[in-house]
Ligand binder design. Structure first.
Ligand SMILES: Nc1ncnc2c1ncn2[C@@H]1O[C@H](COP(=O)(O)OP(=O)(O)OP(=O)(O)O)[C@@H](O)[C@H]1O
Length: 730
């Protein structure tokens, strides 16, 4: 029989008897709350990456302010439609599913809190039948929905994160690999320095945080409302209010007092990245380092980098130790005191109990049941007080994580902003000032700056008053005019950095056309063969047909037999057998020698049969006889050649036979374009080439260059002196 609690009530003695276990229980529940909070923190720490909240202007090293503000909301507004394209999308369905699972989870928590109380009551009152009905039958039945709901929650969150990542990554790939945006992002615009990291890790972290954020905010909110209501019913309305207020207060104090661990994590990740980089350099350049016996030197470099990490991490540990003491006192022990007070108050204060709970039951088993329901933590599912505390704790942590999430949001939306801009011919670039006393300057290129006009026409390349200007706005040649038609094979020469490659970057649409008129065939009819050819990931066949794949090659009439004919031309047919057939997949950059790579690139040129080919010192490692065969074949295919070399005299006699025109830069802003003349070839070089070609027959251009090294200085002078006119159209 229940009766109103009074100071003489026998209930007081029974309460005293169970007081020690009650105190133990409260301590346990606070400990468990704190453990949960720690687990949450650890989970979030795992989510952090090297980029984390490092939102920095890479050039100027200015830290951008990233926070939960209007800018953040605008960025979210922009990114959300990419993640959730519509109400009929898979992501919308997953969100609804997740909401349903979250509600089920809360309903089960409430059920369990009550159930737990009943079990304790059955044990305390030694009611075996009731205990078996509860602990075996009811629990045996309910464990299935509990297990299913818990795992559904994890599944929904993971599926949502994966869907978000998939949407964002595909969108980013679409933008990044559209045309040559990937080139422009790193070569013309320089707002983002590490597109690879943004496209891989940062998008992934953003998606993961976004998917968790929904459950991390929605579920605690639902829990707080429901458990506060239930707890209010059980021990009075003031209790949940008091507990929530305390957690909010402690959360705010902790937030204000904590050192900037987010920033420290970012620095740590950067140092880790630098450390990884020192090791990856050793792997990439292992051969060169081994030849130099540079192990000791490299050990110094990697150890220095590792020491920086150690120093930083030790500093973080010291700060965490000091902060942890304060954190424990405020969140763990003061919260324990608050909970003691709240749970004991109806027992000690009969007026409060009568006022808030009607009357308190005197039956000790009922008190035990109430205690269990209200606060006890059992089998991972907790009572009202623990649930409420956990919900508030999760909300506080979610608030903290929102700042980190704002960091990811900023990085991902910055990536998309830059991609958008670049795709619309808007570029921004921080230019390092030539005068060290001046600050770096920000330069912009907008569509209004691009006054040049491109006319697409087959069989001709015509530069009319085109400036050769770098993305930094450095003018290499102020005003260039020359015209090359089909069959006018042309040598391009000039000193280092004079603008030879820049000319072709403009021709290939890699760099913007600031002024003048450029008439040229469409980009697919121009082909660039660099000194170090790019070898793609894929089969041996792919190396010849790049960027076409097998199917596209077939469509162009190239089966394996036809491709073998191309290999015969460049004397590479033996490679098919050596490397295990056309479908063999290797790391081709490692497997092929320098000369083989260049010959693969020539075979690729013949496969594409462009109208014009730019040969950028691409035969330097090829034997002279094979070089001649390649030029002949190019001519037979009707490919007009632009061959780049620092000096005319360094071009082999073989190559010269196939060129009639000369475009020569003087390195000081002037150029000449005219017919190639005998006098352009200095006698010693011509004879040296002839001699080496006739004696060895297999000598490479490198060998020839070395032989003539001594004479290079004189040759350069000769060339400069032979410049007759400037800015002249032939
Ligand atoms: N992406 C870029 N942004 C800004 N400036 C660049 C860029 N690429 C090259 N430059 C600058 O343009 C100038 C001309 O470079 P370019 O590559 O055209 O020289 P080059 O004549 O081909 O030299 P080399 O014979 O050494 O290959 C150099 O001063 C170089 O620093």
């Amino acid at each position: 029989m229940g009766q109103t609690l009074s100071t003489t009530n026998p209930l007081s003695s029974s309460f005293r008897r169970s007081r020690s276990s009650l105190l133990l229980g409260i301590g346990l529940l606070i400990f468990l709350y704190n453990r949960h909070a720690q687990q949450e923190r650890r989970r979030q720490a795992r989510l952090s990456t090297r980029s984390d909240v490092r939102i920095q202007d890479n050039r100027n090293r200015r830290s951008k302010r990233v926070g939960v503000d209007a800018r953040f909301l605008a960025q979210i507004k922009r990114l959300l439609p990419i993640c959730i394209p519509g109400v009929a999308s898979k992501e919308a369905a997953l969100l609804v599913g997740l909401a349903i699972v979250l509600i089920c989870r809360t309903a089960l928590d409430i059920w369990f809190s009550g159930f737990n109380g009943h079990v304790v009551k059955a044990i305390v009152s030694r009611d075996r039948r009731n205990f078996i009905a509860l602990a075996v039958v009811e629990f045996g039945f309910m464990m299935w929905p509990m297990s299913i709901v818990n795992n559904s929650l994890k599944l929904c969150i993971s599926a949502l994160a994966l869907s978000f990542r998939s949407r964002l990554t595909r969108y980013a790939h679409e933008q990044y690999l559209k045309g040559i945006t990937f080139y422009k992002v790193s070569n013309i615009d320089n707002r983002i320095q590490n597109a690879d990291q943004l496209l891989t890790q940062d998008i992934d972290k953003f998606a993961e945080n976004l998917s968790h954020l929904y459950s991390d905010i929605a579920k605690p909110l639902v829990d707080i409302v429901l458990f506060a209501y239930k707890l209010g019913e059980a021990i009075g309305k003031e209790a949940p209010f008091f507990m929530i207020s305390y957690f909010i207060f402690s959360g705010l104090v902790l937030r204000a007092m904590s050192p900037p661990f987010g920033r420290y994590t970012a620095v740590e990740q950067k140092l880790e990245g630098d450390f990884r980089f020192t090791h990856s350099r050793i792997i990439t350049h292992s051969e060169e380092i081994a030849f130099y016996r540079g192990g000791e030197r490299e050990k110094g470099v990697v150890n220095a980098s590792f020491d920086k990490i150690l120093r930083h991490v030790k500093k973080i540990y010291r700060l965490r130790f000091a902060n942890g003491i304060f954190d424990s006192v405020l969140v763990k022990y003061c919260a324990t005191m608050t909970a003691y007070y709240l749970l004991a108050r109806p027992v000690f204060d009969p007026r409060y109990a009568t006022e808030h709970m009607g009357k308190l039951d005197a039956d000790p088993t009922k008190i035990m049941e109430d205690y269990s329901r209200n606060c006890k933590y059992c089998l991972g599912v907790s009572g009202y007080l623990v649930n409420l505390s956990q919900a508030v704790g999760r909300l506080i942590l979610a608030g903290r994580d929102l700042t980190r999430f704002a960091g990811y949001t900023s990085r991902v939306s910055e990536l998309f902003d830059v991609l958008d801009d670049v795709n619309n011919d808007r570029y921004e670039r921080t230019v390092v000032s030539k005068d060290s006393s001046e600050a770096n300057v920000n330069k912009e290129i907008t569509p209004a700056d691009l006054k040049g006009r491109i006319i697409t026409q087959d069989g001709v390349i015509n530069f009319e008053n085109v400036p050769i200007q770098t993305p930094n706005h450095d003018v290499l040649v102020k005003d260039m005019s020359f015209k090359v038609e089909t069959g006018m094979n042309c040598l391009i020469s000039g000193p280092n950095g004079c603008g030879k490659s820049s000319l072709f970057r403009i021709l290939g649409d890699l760099w913007p056309l600031f002024d003048g008129i450029l008439t040229k065939p469409s980009s697919d009819k121009l082909f660039y063969v660099p000194q170090k050819p790019y070898l793609a990931l894929g089969t041996f066949r792919d190396q010849i047909t790049y960027p076409d794949n097998k199917v596209q090659a077939r469509r162009r009439g190239y089966d394996d037999e036809a491709l073998m004919e191309l290999l015969n031309v460049v004397h590479l047919s033996y490679l098919v057998e050596r490397e295990g057939g056309w479908d063999a997949v290797q790391d081709w950059a490692d497997v092929l020698s320098g000369g083989e790579k260049q010959r693969v690139a020539m075979a690729r040129l013949f496969y594409h049969k462009p109208q014009f080919a730019i040969l950028d010192e691409c035969t330097s490692a090829v034997s002279v006889d094979v070089e001649g065969i390649m030029y002949t074949h190019a001519k037979e295919l009707g490919i007009t050649l632009f061959t780049v070399s620092h000096r005319v005299s360094l071009v082999s006699e073989q190559a010269l036979k196939y060129h009639e025109w000369l475009l020569r830069f003087d390195g000081e802003g002037d150029y000449e374009f005219r017919k190639l003349e005998e006098s352009d070839l200095t006698a010693p070089f011509a004879s040296a080439n002839k001699a080496s070609a006739s004696t060895s027959g297999k000598k490479t251009r490198h060998d020839e260059e070395e032989k003539s090294e001594e004479d290079e200085g004189d040759e350069a002078d000769n060339e400069k002196n032979s410049m007759t006119s400037s800015n002249g159209d032939d």
